[in-house]
Write a protein that binds this ligand. Structure first.
Ligand code: OAA
Ligand code: MG
Length: 567
């Protein structure tokens, strides 16, 4: 990609001098040209030699690469984020495969755990019980006028790490970095949010450096009222903003989604984003086996984990089966969903949520994973349990005994929570499985010399594109069909050659293009169903060009001082 030369219209800024150097959205540091240093009145405040962005980038890359520890690499990059957002996003865009694991999954998990200890500068907004009644005013404290995307968490289920309270802020920050770098949303248009409703994590309550409210989580109506006040407040200031719910515990996640999905522009990434991404991976897996997408409705799908992600994946896969002509009843029969008590059965219906109950089976409630595999011979197993190592050698070998090429997706994050590793899955199936994982794994070389390239089944392949699409076209809600077409666009992106190498997702290096394709699919769907308030049928013909032009590209733009005319 690199820094292409184009004519750039200058931006006029309201500040000057050292204020600009301290504003990460405008700061170019040593790259400011002489003329700008004069115009903006900070001549003498920078070392004299001017470096260009390429050299600045090289220096940061060298610093990162000289460091072995992932968390230290993360700190180096986040410091750049705090100083110079343009350079930060340039580094992400140009080296996304190398940088994504540093600023996002898996390292972001550790960054959250150590959030209090590592705190330097604030980023994002916090809303807590003390702010009740003030939120409508508080949102005007945010310095940017035109926010397009908010990622919000209550910190109750951060990746597979559980309740991390306000430390969860690392997740919205990481997700929004991908929105900018991978989804082409400009950094001044995103806002990370933590709803600090307390924490039930005793360690945090005792931790002297914890930065959130040190008290038990709000529950019941108080909780839902707080969320509601936040939603009303941000929508009052930014009526068209997209709200992405992230890492809420399963009970809250589904309820909030049900409450808001038809009212406002929102989606839950762990339910719907994971669902769409996994569907794309499953379609890729079927293609790799030489099967048609219609065969989806003939699969026997074992899902380990009945939380928001497990059920979300089942819902999206079921929807896809129905797109291909199955009835709901037929589709439901393809699923075997198990939680820590075994296969979800109607015998436990009273303790299941309505969404779980839908998939409860009349027979064999409580069967273990091994028993399910032996009895029902699933063609795929998807792990969403946050229990590292749950897929044992025996379980995976049994999968391979009953199915020539089983699809094995351990999707829990971060890496320590993955149900099995790539190496284990390939070894235990003698290289026959089709594999993808939530966190990244290195390529696997078998004893006989065969090499496999595991790809990442991570919602980063869809959420930036969905966000880009819905905000560009002015959609009023995120519909199920939008998620479906997003999954289809992602699945179609994978080439035959990639499938032959065992890859069911595209390379992360192509993520900007993937996001563009996802955005286009979402916009087409919105236009054709009359949900795009900003675009019409006639815009469909050059959507590719339109979306490309709208995508943020991190390059230095000349700055000029905004002049106020005094009369
Ligand atoms: O953040 C990720 O890598 C994927 C995700 O949403 C989760 O695991 O909760
Ligand atoms: Mg998540």
């Amino acid at each position: 990609m690199g820094c292409t030369r184009k004519f750039l219209a200058p931006i006029s800024v309201n500040s000057r001098g050292s204020e600009i150097l301290n504003n990460p959205l405008f700061n170019k540091s040593t790259a400011f040209k002489g003329g700008e240093r004069d115009r903006l009145r900070f001549r003498g405040l920078l070392p004299p030699r001017r470096l260009n962005m390429k050299v600045q980038k090289q220096r940061i890359l060298e610093e990162i690469r000289a460091e072995d520890s992932m968390i230290r690499k993360n700190m180096i990059l986040e410091e750049v984020h705090d100083r110079n957002e343009t350079l930060y996003h340039r580094i992400l865009v140009d080296h996304i495969e190398e940088m994504a694991p540093i600023i996002y999954t898996p390292t972001v998990g550790q960054a959250c755990k150590e959030f209090g200890m590592r705190f330097r500068r604030p980023r994002g907004m916090y809303f807590c019980e003390e702010d009740r009644g003030h939120m409508a005013a508080m949102v005007y404290n945010w310095p940017q006028k035109d926010v397009h995307v908010i990622v919000v968490t209550d910190g109750s289920r951060i990746l597979g790490l559980g309740d991390l309270g306000a430390n969860g802020m690392g997740i919205p920050i990481g997700k929004l970095s991908l929105y900018c770098a991978a989804g082409g949303i400009a950094p001044h248009r995103v806002m990370p949010v933590v709803l600090d409703v307390g924490t039930n994590n005793e360690e945090l309550i005792k931790d002297p450096f914890y930065l959130g409210m040190q008290r038990p989580r709000l529950q019941g109506t108080k909780y839902y009222h707080l969320v509601d006040e936040f939603i009303q407040a941000v929508r009052h200031r930014w009526p068209n903003v997209l709200i992405q719910f992230e890492d809420f515990s399963s009970d809250k996640a589904q309820k909030l989604l049900n409450k808001y999905r038809d009212e406002i522009l929102c989606f839950n990434d762990d339910i719907q984003g994971t669902g769409a991404t996994t569907l794309a991976g499953v379609l890729g897996g079927l293609r790799a086996k030489g099967e048609q997408p219609t065969s989806l409705g003939e699969q026997r799908i074992l899902i380990a984990g009945a939380g928001s992600a497990g059920i979300g994946v089942a819902q999206v896969l079921m929807q896809a089966m129905m797109e291909h002509g199955r009835t709901e009843e037929e589709a439901k029969k393809c699923f075997y969903i198990a939680d820590e008590k075994g296969l979800l059965g109607t015998d436990r219906i009273h303790e299941l949520s309505p969404e779980q109950a839908m998939f409860a089976r009349d027979e064999d409630g409580g069967l273990s994973l091994n028993e399910i595999v032996n009895k029902y011979k699933p063609t795929m197993i998807l792990g969403m349990t946050a229990v590292g190592g749950l897929f044992t050698e025996q379980l995976i070998r049994n999968m391979a005994k009953h199915c020539e090429r089983p699809i094995i997706f351990p999707l829990s994050n971060p890496t320590t929570k993955a149900e099995c590793s790539a190496e284990q899955a390939f070894e235990w199936t003698d290289g026959k499985c089709i594999f993808a994982s939530g966190s990244p794994f290195e390529p696997v070389e078998m004893n006989d010399g065969r090499k496999f390239y595991p790809t990442q089944c991570n919602n980063m392949f869809v959420f930036p594109g969905i966000g880009l699409g819905v905000t560009l076209c002015g959609a009023r809600t995120v519909s199920d069909r939008m998620l479906y077409v997003a999954a289809e666009a992602l699945a179609n992106y994978v080439t035959e050659d990639e499938l032959a190498e065992g890859k069911v997702f595209p390379s992360i290096n192509t993520i900007r293009d993937v996001s563009k394709k996802v955005a286009i699919a979402v916009i087409e769907e919105a236009i054709s169903t009359g949900q795009a308030s900003k675009l019409t049928e006639k815009d469909i013909s050059d959507l590719d060009d339109f979306v490309s032009r709208k995508m943020y590209d991190p390059i230095y733009v000349p700055l000029i001082e905004k002049r106020t005319i005094e009369i």
